[in-house]
Design a protein around this ligand. Sequence first.
Ligand SMILES: [Ca+2]
Length: 507
Amino acid sequence: MVVMSMKIKLLRLIAAVQILLVLVCFGFQTRKVISGEPNAGVDRAPNIVMFFIDDLGYADLGCYGSTFHETPVIDQLARQSVRFNDFYSANPVCSPTRAALMTGKAPQRLGITQWLNQPNELHLPLEEVTIGEALSEAGYQTGYIGKWHLGDKDMHMPQFQGFDWVRCVNRGGSPGSYFYPYKRSGNKNKPNGIRFWDIPDLAEGKKGDYLNDAMTDQALSFIKENRDRPFFLCFAHYAVHTPIQAPDALVDKYKTKLKKSGEQPKDVIAERNGARTRSAQNNPTYAAMLENLDTNVGRVLQEIEDLELRENTVIVFTSDNGGLSTLASRRSTGGPTCCLPLRAGKGWTYEGGIRIPTMVSWPGHLKPAETSVPGITMDLYPTILDLAGVALKPKQHLDGVSLVPALQGNTGVELINRPLAWTYPHDHGSGHSPSNAIRMGKWKLIKLTDENTKSKDRFELYDLQADIGESTNLAIKHHDKTHQMAKRLSEWLESTQPKKSPKDRGN
Ligand SMILES: [Ca+2]
C-alpha cells in the first residue's frame, strides 16, 4: 500500500511538473507560433508592416515637435505606439543604415560605410541572412517595395535577399522624379547606359501621378493578396529624399500657411567646416511631401483596418538617417528641413544626423508609451523576430538586441546604459569630415578622425541630458570620461572590423 501510495504521489508529482513545464513553455509566453492555417486566430503570427522612410528627420513630424509640417495620421499612430525618444540610425547616411536594418550588423562589418554611388561594385553580401530571409524561413510571405540602395545589379536586388514580392526598387539612392513616369531626363544620368534612377513596375499611369500614391496602390495589393497568412512588408518610401518635389495643390497650401504665419526668414546656423544649417522648418515643398507621405501611411493603415487585421499587425515606423538640414556650400541656406533642437543633420554624427523618429505599434499587445531607452537600427531585426515569435539569430544580428522588454515598459539599466556607436569615416556633401562617435547613457563622445584635425581638437564630449544641442564641449573639463569613452570607442571599432575586405568577398 505504501509503495502504491508513493507511486501515485510520484505520478502526481510528475504530472504536476509536466503541467508546470507546459505552462512555462506555452501558457506564460507572449510569443505566438505560426500555424500556417489561414486566419488561425490567436495562434497566428502577427503581420509585420515596416515603414522605412528616407531622410526623415527627428523633428519632422508633429508628434516629434514640428508645427509647420502636418502629419496627423502618423501622429495618431504615435499615440497608439511605443514611441522612442532616443532612437538612432546605424549611420548618418542611407546605404550603411539599410545594410544594418537588413542584417542586424554594424554597417562596417559589411564593408558599407558610405552611401553607394552608381555604378558601384559594393552591395549587401549575399551570404548574410537578412530579416527577409529569417521571416521567410519562418513561414512569412515577404514583400519589399521602394528604395533599396544596397546594390545596383540584378543579382543584388531584394528578391535574392529573402523577399518573395518586390516592387518599385530602382538601382540608385533616389527616384529620377516623384512624378510619372518617375524617370530622370538626359543621357548624363545614364552611366554605362543604365538608367539607375528609373522606378520599375509603374509603367501604367498618367502625367501628374505621384510616386508615393502609386507605390501605395501596389502595397495595398500585396496586403490584400496575403490577408489570410502572416506577411512581412518592408515599405521603403523614397520620400522624403531629394529631389524635393510634391503635388502643386499641397505646395500651395504650405506657401499660404507660411505667408499667414508672418514668420521672417531666419539666419542660417554656421556649422563646422564652413557648412550651413537651416534654422527653421519653412520649406513648403518639403512640407507637402511629408503630408502626402502621411496620407499614404494612412491608406495602408486603413486597408489593414478594413481587412480586420489591425490587432494582428505590428507596425514599425522608422527612418534611415537624420533630416537633410546642413549643406557644405557657404552660399547655401541649408537643406530642406531643420532638425533643431538637435545639431546639424544628415551626414553628421551630431544628433541631427543620427537621431530619428521610431515607433512600434501592436494594439492589444503593446501599451502605448514613450520611452527613453536608446535603440539603434540593428535592434529592429531581433525585435521583429521576437515580436513574431521566431527564434532569434544572435550569430546574425551581432550588433542588435531585442527591444521587446523596452516595448513592454521594462527600462532596465542594461538597456539604458548600453553603449551605442557610429563610424562615418568619410567627407559628405553636408560638410561633414570623417568622425566616429559613441553614446553611453547621457554622455556622447565624438572623435574627429580627419588627418587635418589638430590633436587637441579631436574630441568633443557632450552631456545630452543637459545639452541636447551639443553646444558645450566638455572634453577637457571631463578628461577622464573622454579617455574612458575614447577607449570604448576604439575597442568597438576594432571588434566590428570586417574580417575580409569587400573585394575579397567574391560576390
Ligand atoms: Ca537616407
